[in-house]
Write a new protein. Structure first.
Length: 422
């Protein structure tokens, strides 16, 4: 995984970043144990069929043949050779996936993946995402943002608003949109027609405040004294990922640990109706795709049935891809998740309301950096070198007591933690 995770323990001191972040991009590759890693930003998670196929071809020709989706709806290619950077960039430019060499790492934009596909939700946030991307790339000042700075555009259903982005725009229901700065408890009303401009203004004000104060920071939440207090309450934020299967207006599928082979990627394209939307929950929404495509997607290895232990289960790269990791966490996690259904399936009826199908989100980490962990309340499964430490993580008031387990005990410990009611 990349060398600069965005993980802060509850109650931790606000960091003062003394250096630029080392977040990888499409032009600046990260050297991992399994080769180079490139991260391709996809604002709003949007891909045309042509672009998706180009990524599959690049993964096969230049990398290990696989593609990874990230917690920001981006795509990573792994196992890249040290001298492939120029060819990768040419391939991305040719299909419109590298519109700006200078701004490519700051194009971190998530958007409600189900926008426009059903009765829920309001504004066309996918159009906002395209507009925001174009304006970012045209703004010289935006290169000062960290490669970790995140914009979230929520259509009013409260899904991506729960990701605690640096700047979140939530479409109004019968009223103006609301702008949330960092993790503020309140928001600011936005004049209709100025939604994208307000998002850019907030990001620029953050950079201006940093320059005037002499601070260095990657996120708005790291300098709370610079944030103007909100004036209106935030709407309800459910934070629910799209259910897998047939949905009004399309299909939704999940990828195990967000990874798919090039062949699986092509199966996605074959089932699509011309567009893919990658989600921050490591899945894909296919607008307009027919339900009769689901059997083929299931046969290709995608999750198409809701309610399994694999719902909202994630893991870092682990061994052998990351030298910092203390375990092959994905293999260990897969064994635990396969065993979960046999442990206590009846317990699912008693999960806490915010947990959803399968219980709380769970994330396996190979080291203390916890790369890629979810926001909110989640089960932290940390490799210790002797097994794993399982903790219900989140705000201090709801954090659980850590439990150290051996590998053979992990499945039961994780299943119990995911179904906790306290």
């Amino acid at each position: 995984m990349p060398p600069t995770p965005d993980a802060e323990a509850p109650g931790a001191a606000v960091p003062d970043r003394g250096r630029a972040d080392a977040c990888p991009g499409a032009l600046r590759l990260h050297t991992a144990d399994d080769g180079g890693l490139a991260r391709v930003r996809l604002p709003g998670g949007l891909l045309t069929d042509h672009q998706a196929l180009a990524l599959a071809e690049a993964a096969e020709a230049l990398g290990d043949g696989g593609l990874e989706t990230t917690s920001r709806g981006n795509v990573q290619l792994r196992g890249l050779s040290p001298d492939c950077g120029a060819e990768l960039a040419d391939r991305l430019r040719a299909v419109g996936l590298l519109p700006s060499d200078t701004h490519e790492r700051v194009r971190n934009i998530v958007a409600s993946p189900l926008a426009g596909l059903g009765a829920t939700g309001g504004a066309d946030v996918q159009a906002w995402a395209r507009d925001l991307d174009e304006r970012l790339c045209a703004s010289g000042w935006a290169t000062g943002l960290s490669g970790k700075f995140l914009f979230a555009l929520d259509d009013g259903r409260g899904d991506v608003a729960a990701l605690d982005a640096d700047v979140t725009l939530i479409a109004g229901r019968g009223g103006p949109a609301v702008l949330r700065l960092g993790r503020a408890a309140d928001g600011h009303p936005v004049e209709p027609g100025r939604e994208v401009a307000a998002v850019l203004d907030a990001a620029r004000a953050f950079l201006d405040a940093l320059r005037s104060s002499g601070r260095r920071a990657w996120h708005l939440r790291e300098v709370p004294e610079l944030l103007a207090p909100g004036t209106v309450p935030l709407p309800a934020v459910a934070g629910a990922a799209p259910a897998v299967g047939a949905l009004p207006g399309g299909l939704s599928v999940g990828m195990r640990f967000g990874r798919a082979s090039a062949a699986q990627w092509r199966a996605l394209v074959a089932a699509s109706a011309g567009e893919l939307r990658l989600t921050p929950w490591r899945g894909a929404v296919l607008p307009g795709a027919a339900a009769d495509r689901l059997p083929a997607l299931a046969a290709a290895g995608f999750r198409t049935e809701p309610g399994s232990a694999w719902e909202r289960a994630t893991a870092c790269t682990g061994l052998p891809g990351c030298a910092r990791s203390l375990a092959d966490v994905r293999s260990d996690a897969a064994l635990a998740l396969e065993a979960d259904a046999a442990l206590a399936p009846e317990a699912d009826a008693a999960v806490m309301p915010e947990a959803g199908a399968g219980g709380l989100p769970v994330h396996w980490s190979g080291c203390e950096r916890r790369c890629g962990h979810p926001a909110g309340r989640w089960v932290d499964v940390l490799a210790t070198g002797r097994g794993y430490r399982v903790t219900v993580n989140g705000p201090a008031a709801t954090a659980g007591v850590p439990v150290d387990v051996r590998n053979e005990e992990m499945a039961a410990a994780v299943a119990g933690a995911r179904r906790t009611t306290k």
